[in-house]
Design a protein around this ligand. Structure first.
Ligand code: CP
Length: 311
């Protein structure tokens, strides 16, 4: 019998393969809830979930809100611009005040790496990392893995290429930790300025050759250029990036016929991915979003002490 023992979900790096598989299996049960006529369960009735988003988000914030509502929790959303953080209140004081209002779970996105870990040290409430700077985005990696497992039936032995702006990507880091723990072979690809060799220390392969990156891949996970994290000095122009590393139809035609395309979003159509490919039948980009809901229901349920045991 296995049960979830953690109060917080702060990252993938510290999780065991068993814990990851337990989360993915729990998400499968919650995906089935989402396919019923009545999509709501009483699992978190009486609990309060606060989404504290200090960085912009469409998918993650909406997904956590909907996940909490599907579990019958009360949900409050707080954005930086509408909070007293803009008046100089510290993150610690903000979090302590939310806890004083009996928050049971605080979901936080913050531009500073380690912000969720900091809160997790002193809060009695559960803390869930919805993306901390360039560090981790654990629920994105879990929903990516869930989607791969759903499509391929397994993760071990698969070749997954992550292509794009890796250097400051929390999605890339969480994916590398998760996929390698579950036995996939991960390749990171892109310009040498955005994909330095030091990433090999995480247990993956690094290449700056797009053809080599795509040739044997079962899955291609594309990352957008993060213009907001200052990219002007990393490559000559967006056009040049697209020409050298964009996934276009010609490159995609040389990939394995049963390979598929992932992207965490938001996508830059015509930059890292051809628009038709993003909408094509080998793209699972929107399925990832759907699966994110099930994954986040599982995370909220388990971190709040839900006993979803498996034998
Ligand atoms: N994938 C992802 O984190 O998207 P958002 O920034 O819209 O939440």
């Amino acid at each position: 019998m296995k049960t979830w023992q953690r109060k917080d979900l702060l990252g993938i790096q510290d999780l065991s393969a068993d814990e990851i598989n337990f989360l993915l299996d729990s998400a499968l049960a919650f995906k089935q809830v989402g396919e019923r006529t009545v999509k709501k369960v009483p699992s978190l009735r009486g609990k309060t979930v606060i989404n504290l988003f200090i960085e912009p988000s469409t998918r993650t914030r909406t997904s956590f809100e909907l996940a909490a509502k599907r579990l019958s929790a009360d949900v409050i959303n707080i954005t930086a611009s509408a909070s007293s953080l803009v008046k100089g209140e510290t993150l610690k004081d903000t979090a302590l005040n939310l806890q004083a209002l009996n928050a049971d779970i605080i979901v936080i996105r913050h531009s500073a790496a380690g912000a969720p870990h900091f809160l997790g040290k002193f809060l009695k409430a559960s803390v869930v990392n919805a993306g901390d700077g360039a560090h981790e985005h654990p629920t994105q990696a879990l929903l990516d893995a869930f989607t791969i497992r759903e499509k391929k039936g397994r993760i071990a032995g698969l070749k997954v290429t992550i292509l794009g702006d890796i250097l400051y990507s929390r999605v890339a880091r969480s994916n590398v930790w998760l996929l390698t723990k579950l036995g996939a072979e991960v390749t990171l690809a892109g310009p040498s300025t955005l994909v330095p060799r030091v990433f090999e220390e995480l247990g993956c392969r690094v290449t700056h050759n797009i053809d080599e990156a795509l040739r044997d891949a079962d899955v291609i996970n594309l990352l957008r250029i993060q213009h907001e994290r200052q990219r002007k000095t990393m490559f000559p122009s967006t056009g040049e990036y697209t020409a050298m590393f964009g996934l276009n139809k010609e490159r995609f035609s040389r990939m394995k016929p049963d390979s598929f395309i992932m992207h965490p979003g938001p996508i830059n159509r015509g930059v890292e991915i051809d628009s038709d490919l993003a909408d094509g039948n080998r793209s699972v980009i929107l399925e990832q979003v759907t699966n994110g809901l099930a994954v986040r229901m599982a995370v909220l349920f388990l971190c709040s002490g839900g006993q979803f045991s498996e034998s």
